[in-house]
Each structure stands twice: as C-alpha cells, then as structure tokens.
Write a protein that binds this ligand. Sequence first.
Ligand code: PLP
Length: 426
Amino acid sequence: MTLSSIPAQAVSRSAGAGLELRSDATQLRSDFPVLAREVHGRRLVYLDNAATSLKPQSVIDAVTEYYSEGSANVHRGVHLLSQEATTAYDAAREKARGFLGAAQASEVIFAHGTTSAINLVARSWGDAHVGAGDEILVTVMEHHSNFVPWQMLAQRVGATLRVVPLDPTGAVDLGAYVRLLTARTRLVAVSHASNVLGTVAPVSEIVRLAHAKGARVLVDGAQSAPHLPIDVRQLGCDWFVCSGHKMLGPTGVGLLYGPLEVLDEMPPYEGGGGMIGQVSLEGTSYATAPSRFEAGTPPIASVLGLGAAIDYWNGLDRPTVFEQEANLMAYAEERLTTVPGLRIAGHAAQRVSVIAFTLGDIHPHDIGTVLDTEGVAIRAGHHCAQPLMRFLGLQSTARASFSFYNTRDDVDALVMGLARVRRMFA
Ligand code: PLP
C-alpha cells in the first residue's frame, strides 16, 4: 500500500515526545478562521496561495499576544518585558534554523521578505563582488523580485545579465544553463519553484555546476518553502530566501540564509542601531551576522508570528500533507483539462501546486472577476513575471494555487465557476 492510497485520517505519525503529527485536511481547515467566512454569499474557496497563504489561529494569536502582553523592543532592555521579547525573538530564529536545516541560528537573518532579502544580497555581496565584465545568470521564469535587483546590479557595476530559457515542458533547460555558465559567471539566481508554472528547478545540480565554475548561487524559495521539504545544506546553496507570509506567517518578515563564511564576505547593507560593534566620530565597526544585517528595530511581532507558523509546520506530518497536495494537484489538472478551451501553461515533471491557465481568448481578469462572484479567489495577470510571459508568448494568465488546506470540493468549485465564465464570455 502506498502512502497516497491510505486515507489521510488513517495516517498519524509521531513527532516524538508523544506529539501526534496531523495531516487530515478537513481537520486542518478549522485552524484557519478566514475559511469560515463567506464571499459574495458563497463559501470562500481560496486558491491564491502563491500570492499569500492563509494564517492559522495560532499565528494570529502569537502576533496578538506580543502586542497585548509584552510589546517591548528586543536586545536593548534590562526590564522583564524586553527580556521576554528578546528570548522569544531568539527562539524564533532557532525555529527558522530548524525549518531551513541550517547549521547555526546565526546563519539566519530576518529580512522583511523575499524581495528585501534578495535586494540585501544584491547590494551587499553584489556591489562588493561583482564588477565590470562579470556575468549574472538568472532563469527566464524568475519573479521580478529575483530579476530586477540583478538587472539593477548589472547596470550599476557594468556586468551582464544572462537568462537561461526553459525547455518546451517548462523545465529549466539544463543544457542551456551549462552553456551559459562560464568562468565570468559570478552569481546564479534561481527560483526553487516558479510562481507561475510551478516548475521545480534542479537546484542541487545547478549549485554543483555553478560552484565548479566558482560562482555563488542564490535560491529564491518563496514558492518552495510552503510546498517542499527544505534543507539548505543538502541544496548546497550560498543563499536561500523566503517570505513568512507565503508559509502561514505574517507579512513583513522573511528569511535570508547564508553559511557564515558567505555572510562574512558581505559588508553591511543598511546602517543603524543593532548592527554595530563600536561607533565613534572617526568610524564604526560592525557586528557579525546576523545582527550586521538587521539594522533598526526588527518586525518583532511578525518574527514571533513566523515562529508560531514554523511550530504549526512542525505539528504537521509534512510528507503526508505534501503528498495529499500533489494528489490534489493531479485531480485539479484532470478536472481542468475537461473545460473546453482551457490550456495549462507548463508541464514540467516536477512542480509545486500552482496552475496557470488561459481559457480561449477570455481575458484572465474577466475569469478572475466572475470566479470571485462565485466565492473562488484566484489571481490573474502577469504574476510579476513579465520576462516569462513574453517567453511563453502570453500577456497574462489566470492562476489557481493550492495549499494543504484545499480540498477536491475547492477544485470542483473552480471548475463549476469556469463553466459559468464560459457561458458568459465564450
Ligand atoms: N519570488 C517568488 C518566486 C515569488 O512568488 C514572490 C511573490 O510572489 C516573490 C519572490 C516576492 O515575495 P515578497 O513579495 O514576499 O517579497
């Protein structure tokens, strides 16, 4: 019997110390209060998880508790409230270390999100280590957040940005990657998973090949962190970045991982309180990582909320919930292909649960607007991936993206909604 043939309710693994790991989607749904609300008089069918995930009550409680019971600043106070906040803040970093599989908590920096983490690396490491004549490699499926900061860096320092195409299935074209990777390549920046096609990039292989040429690799894990087991040491990357709000946490916080030897190569990015060793009129010495990259008061409530989100992940039987998600994705593809005129973009062998599609020549915004009246929330547009859209020969698409709390009923509601869209526009 394979895991997928066992009913979810029957699967219960132990986290050790008597803690039962959870995997029953129906039970898990009740942890997310927003799923109880109605939209336009209909049950909410939330299929916009790639934009941001829903938040379980425990995350909402962690944020509220910080503000209601101890809204003190971290690292600077001798009073009890500040000490409690500092302990909780440091504990969240340790939780993030565990989530990412990093060796040490000091290798994990709290950034404001994926975008700010990438900009930090581009400004700090990039300005110090990339120069005229050097090359930066990205893939054509990058989100603008993993494209524009490198384009800006290239323009600042006189480097060249090179772009790896996809093969006809939507997978990263490894042959082209090998051809584009040269002794001039200083950095490779790649999405672990595409926010449009769902394509999972062969990151370990990309890293191995880049390191053989002396290039560093940044992995954008915004879409992989909520859908794949993450082990930064196994990936071997130089940086891994992700956003709290896409992995059950609050907005305003994200993770930047780098091995200490890589972080040590990075000059400070922003100056201010908390990132210094000594300050005098003559000059300033800087703290080591992670403090060197966390100038100013950090987003404490969001960090504590992210810690609670990681606790939530740790309470899930992740292999089972990810497998259920893969089964749901297969069901969604099967059902969607029955809709006349619907075309799914991208069929790479390895994908996370994101489906971008077009429906005849109906504008994706019309699709999204009609579905909204049915209570079905999807996204429509270029998904901050205009180079990819151009590569695919599309202006925009509709996109349904799933999480472990979605069910077959949600897929059925999407398919019924699309039938209504067709009646109205086709
Ligand atoms: N990278 C990818 C692959 C994304 O999907 C997103 C957001 O959708 C980002 C980066 C940017 O994330 P944030 O807006 O949280 O910084």
